[in-house]
Every structure is written in C-alpha cells, then in structure tokens.
Design a protein around this ligand. Structure first.
Ligand SMILES: O=P(O)(O)OC[C@H]1O[C@H](OP(=O)(O)OP(=O)(O)O)[C@H](O)[C@@H]1O
Ligand code: HPA
Ligand SMILES: [Mg+2]
Length: 184
C-alpha cells in the first residue's frame, strides 16, 4: 500500500516503511544483546502496539514470551488524561520477570508513565520501554525509554498501528493527516 491508495487523506509521509524496518533491525539487535541469557517478556499495549510487537519480536533471536494489556484514559474527556483504566490486564505474573513494554508512540507520556509504575509494583526484576515514536515537544511526563525508534514533530500521525477514529492503522508507514480529515 502506498500514499495513492489512501487518496488525499494524508498530508506527508514522515517515516517510510524502509526507515521503520531499518530501525526495527537495530532495536532487535540491541535487545538481543542486552538480554542474552535472560528471561524476557514483551508486553504490548493494545491496540497501537500491534505492528511494532509483531515486527520487533520476529526479528529477535532471543526466546521471548508475549502478553498484552489494553488501557484507556478517561476523566476530562481528553485522551491520555493520565488517569488510566485497565480494560484488559496481563495474563502473566510479573514476579521476577524482565519486562519490556512495547508501544507505538510516546505522546504526552502519561499512558506509559502510569503503566511503568503499575507494572513495577508487581515485583518484576526489570521494566524497560521500547517505542517506535516519541514526540519530545508534547511531553507532560518523564518517560525513560531505553529502545526508541524516532523522535517526530508534535503533529497528529497515523499508520503503523496508529489510528484516527480507528482508521489508517494498517498503513505500513507513518504519515500526517491532511487537515480536511480532522476538520482543520
Ligand atoms: O503518551 P500518551 O499521550 O499517553 O499517548 C500514547 C498512547 O496513546 C495511543 O493509544 P490510544 O489510547 O489512542 O489507544 P490505541 O492504541 O488503541 O489507539 C498510543 O498507542 C499510546 O498508547
Ligand atoms: O499522533 C497520534 N496519532 C494517533 N494516535 C495517537 N495517540 C497518541 N498520539 C497519537
Ligand atoms: Mg495504544
């Protein structure tokens, strides 16, 4: 699929499939090296992390387990208010486990900052983060990300797991939306 398949809805491709692939290779090599000889549990955050989880995990030579959480922010009505509700919890017991939380994007950082402290309270050996995208100019909470793909500008992006109204998640690249799509 390329930009022509989604017509005029996209403004600009920020990261191509090749750029994502190159970064996934690098991150997988780092994780393999860092966790050599250690147990590893990858925790994906539904739904956005599905692409990163699938592509990163299959590049690892390391034997890993995978588990999933679904969370939702609520409160003021704006997304990522920092008040997070668990919609689906992990099946795995984290006691003594080495955990990497796998995410598509760190935007305000509120989701991950809450999630890291929640998972740390469950007695794991370690908790780290792997995220494909980060918006440094949107940060409202400090998030220490060990395995990062790309820093991007503070613009709404779609593709590679990221949605606008549940659309565009299946694009193999990351793009900005044309203003007419979101009423701009
Ligand atoms: O850093 P933050 O500002 O907290 O934003 C990042 C979170 O927002 C998105 O998820 P969303 O809640 O949209 O759910 P989804 O993954 O199902 O799209 C994204 O996948 C992250 O989980
Ligand atoms: O830029 C974004 N796009 C889609 N979903 C998101 N969730 C947080 N930030 C974003
Ligand atoms: Mg998400």
């Amino acid at each position: 699929m390329d930009q022509s398949d989604v017509g005029p809805d996209l403004a600009e491709i920020l990261l191509s499939e090749e750029q994502l692939t190159k970064k996934l290779d690098e991150l997988a090599a780092q994780i393999d090296a860092d966790y050599a000889g250690k147990d590893l549990l990858l925790v994906g955050v539904l739904k956005g992390a599905v692409m990163v989880m699938a592509d990163l995990s299959r590049r690892l030579h390391h034997q890993v387990q995978m588990d999933w959480m679904a969370v939702s922010s609520y409160g003021s009505g704006t997304r990522s208010s920092g008040v997070v509700r668990i919609l689906k919890d992990l099946d795995a017991d984290l006691t003594g486990r080495n955990v990497i939380i796998v995410e598509d994007i760190i935007d305000s950082g509120l989701t991950l900052s809450w999630l890291v402290s929640n998972l740390r309270s469950r007695g794991p050996e370690s908790v780290e983060i792997a995220a494909m995208l980060r918006k440094p100019d949107a940060a409202q909470a400090d998030v220490d990300v060990k395995y990062l793909g790309y820093d991007i500008p503070n613009e709404f992006v779609v593709g590679y797991g990221l949605d606008y109204a549940e659309n565009y998640r299946n694009l193999p690249f990351v793009a900005t939306l044309a203003p007419h799509v979101y009423g701009g």
